[in-house]
Design a protein around this ligand. Sequence first.
Ligand SMILES: Nc1ncnc2c1ncn2[C@@H]1O[C@H](COP(=O)(O)OP(=O)(O)OC[C@H]2O[C@@H]([n+]3cccc(C(=O)O)c3)[C@H](O)[C@@H]2O)[C@@H](O)[C@H]1O
Ligand SMILES: Nc1ncnc2c1ncn2[C@@H]1O[C@H](COP(=O)(O)OP(=O)(O)OP(=O)(O)O)[C@@H](O)[C@H]1O
Ligand SMILES: NC(=O)CC[C@H](N)C(=O)O
Length: 552
Amino acid sequence: MTNRFRLTIGQLNATVGDLQGNAGKARQAWEAAKAAGADMLALPEMFITGYQTQDLVLKPAFTRQAEEAIAELAALCAQGPTLGIGGPWRDGDRLYNAYWVFKDGAPVARVLKHRLPHKQLFDELRLFDSGPISGPYPVGAARIGSPVCEDAWSADVAETLAETGAEILVVPNGSPYHRNKLDLRMGHMVGRVVETGLPLVYVNMVGGQDDQLYDGASFVLNPGGHKAVQLPPFQEMLAHVDFTLTDGGWRAEPGLMAPQPDEWEQDYQAMMLGLREYLRKSGFSKVVLGLSGGVDSALVAAIAADAVGPENVHCVMLPSEYTSRVSLEDAADCAARLGVRLDTVHIEGARDAVGGALAHLMAGTRPDITEENVQSRLRGLMLMAISNKFGGMLLTTGNKSEVGVGYATIYGDMAGGYNPIKDLYKTRVFQTCRWRNGNHRDWMMGRAGEVIPPRIIAKPPSAELRPDQKDEDSLPPYEVLDAILEGLVEQDLSLRDLVDRGFDADTVRTVEKLLYGSEWKRYQAAPGPRISTRAFWLDRRYPLVNRWRDRP
Ligand SMILES: Nc1ncnc2c1ncn2[C@@H]1O[C@H](COP(=O)(O)OP(=O)(O)OC[C@H]2O[C@@H]([n+]3cccc(C(=O)O)c3)[C@H](O)[C@@H]2O)[C@@H](O)[C@H]1O
Ligand SMILES: Nc1ncnc2c1ncn2[C@@H]1O[C@H](COP(=O)(O)OP(=O)(O)OP(=O)(O)O)[C@@H](O)[C@H]1O
Ligand SMILES: NC(=O)CC[C@H](N)C(=O)O
């Protein structure tokens, strides 16, 4: 019996619904694994369909075609390594999230996911049936046990596999990013290797899907929790991992140990990749956005330049008489530093025309937010016209603090297809700009250096919809607002908890009112990359009509 075992990790990017494309990618990876003399290629969870499919997987025609694609792929992957690939399995009226294992075109195992995640952004109890815990399967000289993603987040599945003869745990994952998620995964996986005494290979997918980012960062642990391999985040790659049989069982040999970036870099890369992936997978190659001279649109322009290249970013300044000279200068400076195109489109004429058309209805009323919002809506209208004519997707620029309290104009600055900073609180916007100014990486398509003018980062935020307007005229200071929102959204604190932590009771009540009162706005808002543990959309599904307010 041989005492060597080589496994190829396929940290790859699948596209939801692209069955043929995903199968083609799997085939290429299998050929590379074969050329490297691997015993097994392990691909991520649900690789054939892409992940997450949401309700698409409930359509029988889709699962049937996914199973056919797996069968065709298995037939092509004969005479070489064992192939492990995630995909659905329909058995009568039951539907499973399965891990299919083939050798020489014939099935070796079909592992069924046992623990179905149904918290945060997951709802797999709605989609799949829970399978019984499956046993280990043979691959070359080794016996492999495969808990599928959530299966490895508690002890039972891995323990059962160890008790029934598994020698190496190979865990296929569709594990989405949030800030510092790697530490959380590592904690669970160290638990599994300590409990079972087995080495563990964590295979995660990469790429973006709707609001989700799959960050890869696959790794290998030896018994005791010693890390032998760490792949980089957000990067497609194949890695061959060698195991040697020792008196104590299989041990992984040390391999690539990619450093893990800090949280500012992780978040920036997630927002950049989220935008790049959403555009690519939706068939767009360029973007348009309103560049106001403020910090939010400056950061979005920088992220966009890094995602699709400065030549594919079209910025437009849409001034009115409330637009300050500083804003005009800062927008021009920012566009020049980023190397993106900047055009100017004046909105006063269109605003006056709207005012004139409505004059007979508005006669006798006083100017208020109505007129302010017309300006914002005209900007949205102009920008959507540019999108229609030239084919760039319009980006929206509201940060999480604004999105959280509905501080944005529906059908105005909320017009657009994707919002790269939707899950980034305003207090983090400033530091993220500083991080980008001080750092450049090879995954950025934009220029190195101080691409966001320091004056934009330093000045007080303003929507410039009336003279001398400042955000803090309408909202609490962002340090206070963000802390209260984080308490209400991420931590589910009560008003009493927040007051006990020193926040003013009236301010806390106001923020709660704005938060619950703007569910309807968020329902109509553009999607954006999830980088926190509770992003607005699948992580947090609140009623649009809701009269409950907490007692302070
Ligand atoms: N529950 C509900 N379900 C469905 N629709 C609902 C609704 N409640 C109000 N509405 C509708 O929404 C309207 C109010 O919402 P909306 O028209 O957005 O107007 P509103 O939220 O009142 O004003 C926009 C706010 O965003 C701020 N802001 C900040 C930053 C940038 C910009 C910018 O524009 O550049 C704006 C601006 O200063 C102002 O405080 C109502 O007139 C009504 O038609
Ligand atoms: N004069 C303008 N020209 C072009 N776009 C604008 C203009 N004013 C607003 N916008 C668009 O509407 C968005 C919201 O405006 P707002 O002024 O609140 O944000 P910002 O300028 O990006 O950031 P800040 O909160 O720092 O002012 C902007 O990000 C921008 O995309
Ligand atoms: N696909 C899954 O089972 C995902 C849930 C898992 N616990 C994770 O977030 O990594």
